[in-house]
Ligand binder design. Structure first.
Ligand code: UDP
Length: 319
């Protein structure tokens, strides 16, 4: 992806803003769209004087026009369990009307299209590790359904625009990702535990901490996504780090990296919290020649400064 005019929705979000940076580094022009319902302008502040970047505040659930584009990255959606629980209807709308609107843009301009899908499509998986051919185990009426079913609808919509309208589409199933610009208050495990470790509060573990996740550092994820965008693959591809951690192990790693030694506070496990999650990345390896490079320890160290500075800003605001 070089020297193109590219639309990124969800540009002010954690992944969207890193994607904008990588696209600009590769010589593209970028139009970043976001309605800022969970994204933050601070994530794009460093691009204020970048002439090849333009920001448009817009809710993609309504049809919109940003002129001719060569490629669309659709990354707009609340994404943390806390955010999509708070914004349930908005999450359903952006994953349905929003996705259809952005697909129409790609169809109209004969542009390529990549949709940010999710490991949540697998629900609480009965197949481990999760391969792209597994159809998932999703509760369609549970608290996570607003996110999971919106993302599954989006996958169906993307495949339909490929099959019926010949749009050059791509689907990435993103597994847990972390790094600088992760919202500090989004309730996710890495942001919560890093913040708690740095501010001397007990680390909250939901359930007994034996549930697993596999954490990918943001730069690895963006590299995989850009490789997929340049490929000819239309079916979903998992991008994530296959190293699997129990949440308790992850908490201990965070204590190691921060040098903290707090207690752990066990809290109830949220309903439908998946018991395990680990991507099978054979497809990405063989198809894209991609695999993650950054180990959890190293990625947490790379994120430390960011979480520290967020806490300092919060303290300064309170003072
Ligand atoms: N979790 C936890 N303590 C926290 C936040 C999350 O133990 O302070 C657990 C949560 O119950 C889940 C895992 O960590 O099992 C990952 O949660 P997260 O919200 O980061 O994302 P998910 O992978 O569930 O979408």
């Amino acid at each position: 992806m070089r020297s193109k005019r590219v639309l990124v929705t969800g540009a002010a979000g954690f992944l969207g803003s890193h994607l904008c940076d990588s696209l600009l580094r590769r010589g593209n022009r970028v139009i970043g769209v976001d309605n800022l319902c969970t994204g933050s302008e601070a994530n794009l502040a460093h691009l204020a004087r970048e002439s090849r970047f333009e920001f448009v505040q817009q809710n993609i659930c309504r049809p919109f026009d940003v002129g001719t584009v060569d490629f669309v990255f659709n990354f707009a959606s609340p994404a943390s369990p806390v955010d999509y629980a708070r914004l349930g209807v908005e999450t359903l709308l952006v994953g349905s009307a929003g996705t259809l609107n952005t697909l129409e843009i790609a169809r109209h301009h004969n542009a390529g299209y990549l949709h940010a899908s999710t490991s949540e499509c697998y629900g609480d998986p009965e197949v481990h590790p999760q391969t792209e051919t597994y159809w998932g185990n999703v509760n369609p009426v549970g608290p996570r359904s607003v996110y999971d079913e919106a993302k599954r609808f989006s996958e169906a919509a993307v495949m339909a625009f490929h099959r019926y309208h010949g749009v050059n589409t791509h689907l990435v199933r993103i597994f847990n990702t972390y790094g600088p610009r992760l919202q500090v208050n989004d309730g996710r495990v890495i942001s919560n535990l890093m913040t708690q470790a740095l501010s001397g509060e007990p680390l909250t573990i939901y359930g007994d901490g034996s549930q697993t996740r596999s954490f990918c550092y943001v730069s690895d994820l963006i590299e995989g996504i850009l490789a997929l965008a340049d490929s000819e693959e239309h079916l979903p591809v998992n991008i994530g780090n296959p190293e699997e951690w129990t949440i308790l192990e992850c908490a201990l790693e965070i204590l190691n990296v921060t040098g903290a030694n707090q207690n752990i506070a066990f809290k109830p496990l949220p309903q439908d919290d998946p018991t395990r999650r680990r991507p099978d990345i054979h497809k990405a390896k063989t198809l894209l020649g991609w695999q993650p490079k950054v180990k959890l320890r190293e990625g947490l160290e790379l994120s430390l400064e960011y979480f520290r500075s967020c806490l300092e800003k919060q303290l300064a605001l309170k003072a």
